[in-house]
Design a protein around this ligand. Structure first.
Ligand SMILES: [Zn+2]
Length: 207
């Protein structure tokens, strides 16, 4: 049996009974505290990282934790953002990038996605962040550039979020807060973007 289906059996046997009351309550509906936008990367485990229970986070994942700017075109991210903001009325949106992100590496080296037209087009939503990083690239190693882009991309996607009408409306009413995070896979560290100081600082210092 594949590892993941075997896991379902263990979940049903060992985990579900311990949280039975929670799942019963959740069967009636959800009131998540945040929309959590992160990368599809298999190394990110949102529930484990935030120690949240099912029902706490409304999660939207894609390559590069990207939120396309609002255009009126329908897409999966746009629909999830609209639903989370307008219907679920989440008080927080987190955009969480991560170290070693393949999408960020590809955005810096477009030739690597030459034969992946959809990935290439998707990464156009990081273009301004890439330009920003390339303008400061002198003397930097590829690893440093990727780290810089990971940060800049989170900041850019936060700006894109603000263009979505349902988000803009709730921000204007003071009913929502945006958070930019970068998760460090090797250390478990999380840095948070401080909009006032315009830099990322450790999660423990930010909140
Ligand atoms: Zn990634």
């Amino acid at each position: 049996m594949p590892k993941f289906s075997d896991g379902v059996l263990r979940f049903q046997r060992d985990v579900f009974p311990m949280k039975k009351a929670l799942f019963e309550a959740l069967s009636l509906g959800q009131t998540p505290e945040a929309l959590f936008v992160t990368c599809s990367d298999s190394r990110i485990e949102t529930g484990m990282l935030t120690q949240c229970d099912p029902g706490d986070l409304f999660v939207c994942r894609n390559a590069g934790n990207i939120v396309p700017p609002y255009t009126g075109h329908t897409g999966g991210v746009t629909a999830s953002v609209e639903f989370a903001a307008a219907v679920l009325e989440v008080p927080h949106i987190v955009v969480c990038g991560h170290t070693g992100c393949g999408a960020m590496a590809a955005a810096l080296d477009e030739s690597s996605v030459e034969n992946l037209p959809h990935v290439r087009e998707w990464l156009q939503f990081t273009r301004l962040a890439v330009a920003n990083v390339k303008s400061r690239s002198e003397g930097k190693s590829p690893a440093e550039l990727q780290e810089m882009l990971t940060d800049e991309n989170v900041i850019l996607q936060l700006e894109h979020l603000k263009t979505h009408p349902a988000v803009a409306e709730r921000l204007a009413r003071g009913e929502m807060r945006l958070h930019g995070w970068v998760y460090h896979i090797k250390t478990g560290g999380v840095r948070v973007y401080d909009e006032i100081r315009r830099q990322f600082i450790p999660v423990a210092d930010y909140y």
